[in-house]
Design a protein around this ligand. Structure first.
Ligand code: CMC
Length: 427
């Protein structure tokens, strides 16, 4: 960070100096932490378009150039060469694991993959048709009752154990939630399978039809989870940091992150994209009609999987998924008419002035559902897959707060309601 640079702020003729801070990639900010104390003013920035909430060493994004790096490593390299578990280790520890470290991490994940058996009964209480994301956030919250002493203030166990337990058990919870939703017996985790293979086996194995884990499917799943593993201060990560800053239990904190992710403007968009593509297909591929609706200010409809708060160019994650879509589909010997339609829709949007002027490009959610479909993941589990991927990122951010003098997140406001008035008894 640069030192001794200041911006001058003049209020009512009085001058104040605001320190200029600079990140390791040159991003600049004005440090306003003393603003209210010194001037009586606060800043107002609904939606946090211009607000940096923390310093972080985890993930770097350049939204103008379409760059995404975890701990300095380009996501493209990780997508090509790493596994999800290596990437999770990188996010949590700040460096790639060597072989013994990776082995120790895998063993820790295996040793903590089983849920407390009492938790199985919780699944019986959910109504038929409950969305797996809501089941997942409830069940992760329930973990806090089994492991109460895991919070920023009174962490009573090794943080590596808390993190591994969460990463491993959320995968088990997600698969159990799915099995429950289709009325099949649950399948327990196995120590002999890798992280992704284990998840697929818990999802698709059945007493009457054993599941054969395909290396191609495992590879595709690894890729998607890596691409979702972190994305700096997005809505769910900000939720995790906000809730965690009140020294809430880690599991309860992550449950809040899962809830934030479930919204259609955030992780829920991946399911909405497929729904939208199917509707376009049913409308005899009337792409123009849907583009027009997305542009119509009187309609709430948005082109799902398009646009991003930070990226004003092609989302690098979407670029990787699009590039590998055809390849993965052909290696899985499957075809999906929705892929061609998605490409047609993208091409039409990218030629349209509305999308050009607003820098609206496909985001990570636009093509991910095509791969999830190809590897057999049901649509209502798409956002759960996003949560599985994002988990190491959320934990890394929570962990980063452990090592810093974190203040409770508590924004101010500009009050615009009634000024003082008095109680009147109703007549
Ligand atoms: N379709 C049509 N118009 C759009 C879209 C879209 N998908 N996205 C943005 N716009 C328009 C918006 O109406 C606004 O127009 P105007 O300036 O005329 O008012 C302008 O573009 C700027 O949009 P914004 O809502 O101010 O931008 P934001 O940064 O607040 O929103 C977003 C970002 C991702 C919520 C938004 O682009 C969106 O709703 N996209 C569709 C949902 C989606 O795909 N979400 C996944 C996001 S990426 C993964 C993740 O974070 O989970």
């Amino acid at each position: 960070m640069s030192e001794n640079k200041y911006a001058e702020l003049i209020i009512d003729g009085k001058s104040y100096q605001l320190p200029v801070v600079e990140g390791s990639e040159g991003e600049k900010a004005l440090d306003i932490s003393g603003l209210r104390k010194n001037t009586g003013f606060i800043t107002i920035d609904p939606g946090f378009f211009n607000t940096g909430a923390c310093y972080s060493t985890i993930t770097f994004i350049d939204g103008e150039k379409g760059i995404l790096r975890y701990r300095g490593i380009p996501v493209e390299e990780l997508a090509e060469k790493a596994t999800f578990i290596e990437t999770a280790y990188l996010l949590l520890h700040g460096k790639m694991p060597n072989k013994p470290q990776l082995q120790a991490f895998s063993q820790l994940l295996n040793a903590n993959s089983m849920l407390h058996e009492d938790m199985r009964h919780f699944f019986d209480g959910f109504p038929r048709g409950a969305h797996p994301m809501h089941i997942l956030s409830t069940m992760i919250n329930a973990l806090s009752t089994f492991y109460p002493n895991v919070d920023l203030l009174s962490l009573k166990e090794d943080i590596n154990l808390s993190a591994a337990r969460l990463i491993s058990q959320v995968r088990t919870l997600a698969a159990f939630a799915y099995k429950k939703s289709i009325g099949e017996p649950i399948v327990y985790p196995r120590h002999d399978l890798s992280y992704c293979a284990n998840f697929l086996n818990m999802m698709f194995d059945s007493p009457v039809q054993p599941y054969e884990v395909s290396p191609e499917v495992v590879k595709a799943l690894n890729l998607l989870l890596i691409l979702h593993a972190d994305h700096e201060q997005n809505c769910s990560t900000t939720t995790v940091r906000t809730v965690g800053s009140a020294q809430v239990n880690l599991y309860a904190t992550i449950s809040a992150g899962v809830s934030a992710l479930s919204g259609p403007l955030h992780g829920g968009a991946n399911q909405e994209v497929i729904d939208m593509l199917r509707k376009i297909m049913r409308s005899e591929r009337d792409v123009k009609k849907f583009i027009d609706r997305a542009k119509d200010k009187n309609s709430a409809f948005r082109l799902m999987g398009f646009g991003h708060r930070v990226y004003k160019t092609y989302d690098p994650r979407a670029a990787i998924i699009k590039k590998t879509c055809h390849d993965i589909l052909s290696r899985l010997k499957t075809d999906d008419p929705l892929l061609e339609l998605a490409m047609e829709l993208e091409a039409a949007a990218l030629q349209d002035d509305y999308f050009i002027e607003r820098n609206l490009y496909p985001n990570v959610d636009f093509y991910s559902g095509i791969i999830y479909r190809a590897i057999g993941i049901p649509e209502n589990m798409f956002t759960v897959m996003f949560a599985l991927g994002r988990l190491p990122g959320w934990i890394a951010h929570w962990q980063e707060m452990l090592t810093k003098d974190t203040k409770i997140c508590r924004p101010r406001q500009i009050y615009t309601g009634h000024t003082l008035r008095h109680y009147e008894k109703s007549s």
